[in-house]
Design a protein around this ligand. Structure first.
Ligand code: MG
Length: 261
């Protein structure tokens, strides 16, 4: 079935960083967060390159997972090429993660995609589950049993990612296809959110805030008040049953309400 998508978004520089190198996208079919890295504001360039590319995809009627893969491969090339033209930006990179409404085997699916340590969660039946796997040194150490998740959150090397756009050879993309389920809520965030809020605190906000915009605003406010140690960016997406009288035969769900930045 085709449902209705409601989305909200918020972003803040935080209290420690001078610039916000995160970028976000809320479009008709693609919802994403990118967390740029590199000196001289180059991180901001890298994250905006991938978000601009994904924004172009959002206007398509029948997006496929291959379109998404091709766009992310192209963003990797663009970031490397920009770094060659502007040597002061060499070595810049960005994470990218999000969800896209795609056609797979003739039916709509969510494609959850990830490169790096930004994250996608699904809140469903009162439970919050991380869908993406972090590509970071500390995540590898946790998986190997050498660190606990609590140790990883405050580890000095917690910012070291093992995959990012801007790498040569290109990083491998993680992608999962999920059937859309009305009533589900997705959270897409940069690592500035889990840096400040534990899992249960994030779930509490998603449970208590009725609108996606309310949840996004509250999560960012909470993270900044808790210390704001990094840029923090949040996109919240609700997938809801189609409202009566609004079925028009379109193959893509429409975004009914997009607020925030
Ligand atoms: Mg970050």
């Amino acid at each position: 079935m085709i449902g209705t998508i409601l989305a909200g978004a918020a972003s803040d520089t935080g209290l420690v960083r001078e610039q916000n190198e995160d970028a976000l996208l809320v479009s008709a079919a693609v919802f994403a967060v990118a967390d740029g890295m590199g000196g001289y504001a180059a991180g901001e360039v890298a994250s905006s390159i991938v978000i601009a590319g994904l924004e172009g995809l959002g206007d398509r009627d029948q997006l496929t997972a291959d379109d998404l893969r091709a766009e992310l491969a192209s963003a990797n090339d663009h970031i490397l090429a920009d770094g060659r033209r502007h040597p002061e930006r060499a070595g810049m990179g960005t994470t990218v993660t999000g969800i896209a409404f795609v056609l797979a085997a003739g039916s709509p699916h969510w494609a959850v995609f990830n490169i790096g340590d930004s994250q996608v969660y699904r809140f469903w039946r009162d439970e919050l589950t991380q869908l993406t796997v972090d590509h970071s040194e500390v995540a590898e150490l946790v998986a190997a049993g050498m660190l606990t998740p609590d140790e990883a959150r405050v580890h000095p090397r917690r910012n070291v990612v093992t995959r990012a756009l801007g790498m040569s050879p290109p990083p491998e993309l993680d992608m999962w296809l999920l059937p859309p389920t009305p009533g589900e809520r997705f959270l897409i965030c940069s690592d500035g959110l889990p840096l400040e809020l534990v899992h249960d605190e994030i779930a509490d906000v998603l449970r208590s805030e009725e609108t996606p915009q309310g949840a996004a605003d509250e999560l960012v406010r909470f993270a900044v008040n808790a210390g704001g140690g990094d840029n923090v960016t949040v996109v919240v997406v609700d997938y809801m049953p189609e409202m009566d009288g609004e079925v028009d035969g379109a193959t893509q769900p429409r975004v009914r309400s997009v607020e925030g930045q």
